[in-house]
Write a protein that binds this ligand. Structure first.
Ligand SMILES: [Zn+2]
Length: 353
């Protein structure tokens, strides 16, 4: 049983699901997962976040009295010091600027402190401190989901630049190439982000390409081409699915190589819903493409899948939430990024997923 106020809960807020994890130190004691309410009412989403926090505490066998702090990873542009998020278009009810931190805090007993950060950044932080990135001090995380996001750890510290560093999804892999959701052309996200891949699939299907993708989508009762739909289509050797995934691996490999030539990191972790689902084989293809473009091809970075899978965001958010003034764990003593990162950041901390 945890002592008083030693448990931090991290919440990974997405457009379709809310994942929470209750942690003591780096250890996950309990988790909870809910569907994101689709009513379009903000209060419903805040209520579901509070419910997910409660659920993870219950599974951990502790109560809200034991809760020290809550971290929330959200899509959209996050103002970290203010705890607000805007442009989180895929979360129903999140119109305009949402004071997410204060709303979640008010929905919990006793006004527990709540920290908010970008969903990809907390996911990379989770893998860095408690997952596949643990052995390394220089790490690039690339998250493939609806879009493509990234996070950067340099010298043991999360690197934010002026608040917007790590946006590898908009690294150009082909000038004048496919249309990206950002409005520009040829970005990595245009080839390896689920929304852009779906648009490509619809265009090709409308022009006569034969594919089972949309039938599988209906058979699975999905409204979008989810990572699970791709996984099944690949199993059925669907030509269009294979083509889209090959393009995604190609683009990812080029982006990984360009980033590596610039940063010389020890490891690149590929996660996110699509990244996790496509797994090792996809990662190997991307890594193979990467090596062709590496200046130092004799010593490539480790190309790793996530260890925490769909818990990386929730775990990272919990680690982010833990107040820096608490007695440091060994991992913090060796200079790795802790929650102090957020507190020390003075500039505007805005990020887009
Ligand atoms: Zn773009």
């Amino acid at each position: 049983m945890a002592e008083r106020r030693q448990v931090c809960v991290g919440v990974d807020l997405g457009g379709t699901k809310i994942q929470a994890a209750a942690l003591k130190g780096n250890r996950v004691l309990g988790t909870a997962r809910l569907q994101t309410p689709q009513s379009g009412v903000l209060e419903d989403v805040i209520g579901a976040i509070a419910e997910s926090v409660e659920g993870s505490l219950q599974e951990a066998g502790v109560g809200q009295a034991d809760l020290q702090a809550v971290g929330v990873g959200t899509p959209g542009e996050v103002d970290v010091p203010r705890g607000t998020v805007s442009r989180a278009a895929n979360v129903p009810g999140f119109d305009g600027e949402v004071p997410l931190g204060s709303l979640v805090s008010a929905s919990l007993d006793g006004g527990v402190p709540v920290r908010v950060d970008n969903d990809v950044r907390v996911g990379v932080l989770g893998e860095f401190r408690a997952g596949a990135g643990r052995p390394f001090r220089n790490l690039l995380g690339i998250w493939l989901g609806t879009g493509v996001g990234g996070g950067l750890v340099l010298g043991g510290k999360v690197h934010d630049g002026r608040g917007g560093a790590g946006e590898i999804g908009h690294l150009v892999v082909k000038p004048g190439g496919r249309q990206c959701s950002c409005g520009r052309r040829g970005c990595l996200e245009a080839y390896a982000g689920r929304a852009c891949m779906e648009q490509r699939a619809r265009d090709k299907h409308a022009r006569g390409s034969r594919t089972r993708l949309f039938e599988i989508m209906r058979e699975e009762s999905k409204e979008r081409l989810t990572s699970g739909v791709y996984a099944r289509a690949l199993k059925e050797k669907d030509k269009l699915a294979e083509e889209l995934i090959a393009d995604a691996a190609w683009a990812l490999g080029i982006a990984m190589a360009s980033a590596q030539n610039l940063l010389d990191v020890e490891a690149i972790v590929v996660g996110g819903g699509l990244g996790d689902r496509l797994g090792r084989r996809f990662l190997d293809r991307a890594a193979e493409r990467m090596r062709r473009h590496l200046l130092n091809s004799a010593d490539p970075p480790a190309a790793l899948a996530t260890e925490l899978g769909d818990l990386s965001g929730a775990v990272g958010a919990a680690l982010l939430a833990k107040p820096a003034s608490r007695p440091a764990r060994p991992r913090q003593e060796d200079g790795r990024a802790g929650s102090s990162r957020t507190a020390s950041r003075a500039g505007a901390a805005r990020r887009k997923t």
